[in-house]
Design a protein around this ligand. Sequence first.
Ligand SMILES: C[S@@+](CC[C@H](N)C(=O)[O-])C[C@H]1O[C@@H](n2cnc3c(N)ncnc32)[C@H](O)[C@@H]1O
Length: 230
Amino acid sequence: MGKGLYQREGGPIRSFGRIKGRPIREEQAGRLDTLLPSIALDPSAPIDPLALMPSAKEAWLEIGFGGGEHMAAQAGKRPDAVVMGAEPFMNGAASALRHIDQQGLKNVRLLVGDARDLMAALPDASLDRVFIMFPDPWPKARHHKRRLIQAETVAELARLLKPGGKLRFASDWADYVDWTLERLTASPAFAWSAERSEDWSTPPADHITTRYEEKRLGDIAPIWLDFVRV
Ligand SMILES: C[S@@+](CC[C@H](N)C(=O)[O-])C[C@H]1O[C@@H](n2cnc3c(N)ncnc32)[C@H](O)[C@@H]1O
């Protein structure tokens, strides 16, 4: 595959696979035309998350929300938080819009695109929580550069999270868990508070099972890593 097809000119290396899947059903396609424009984020200009929803007390971000079930459920539990989500997979965005519509959520904002573009548009110390749930594992060594967790992403997450802000990463690929732990614990900006194996092998109390998690495609049982921005 030529570089031009796989990598945006001048942009970061592509970290996601397909952006289109099976044809989107009419009802879902309708929401892409009606609901999406009213909650879409435009990363071509700076974004002040709290200005997106005047009643918001916190700003959260989910990177790669897939079908959006986790993002929607988290948003439903915390109507006082504006929950931003980024996902380039169009069918995923359509599914997320269905959850948002059916649950009547008013606090979700979406970018159908690369989360790194959204992050670049956000100001320093503007986020209270970030979720990275079961990111594409890119298990082959020659694809590791496509993993979302890279030194640059860690630096960007450190820039964006407020002191005391929380980052949750989950994966069921042993090597990606090790990879992430290595990079996050190497950063003085993050603290990992886990002490016992239950702390990473048991779903956190506020976790919502994701669609990808249910598929059990990885080589280990799911692991959750909760970090705090120092
Ligand atoms: C393995 S899926 C998991 C989806 C969902 N979090 C779940 O657990 O069901 C990883 C998702 O991350 C998305 N993704 C990968 N790179 C991304 C990026 N740079 N920005 C936003 N989403 C990304 C992919 O399109 C894909 O839908």
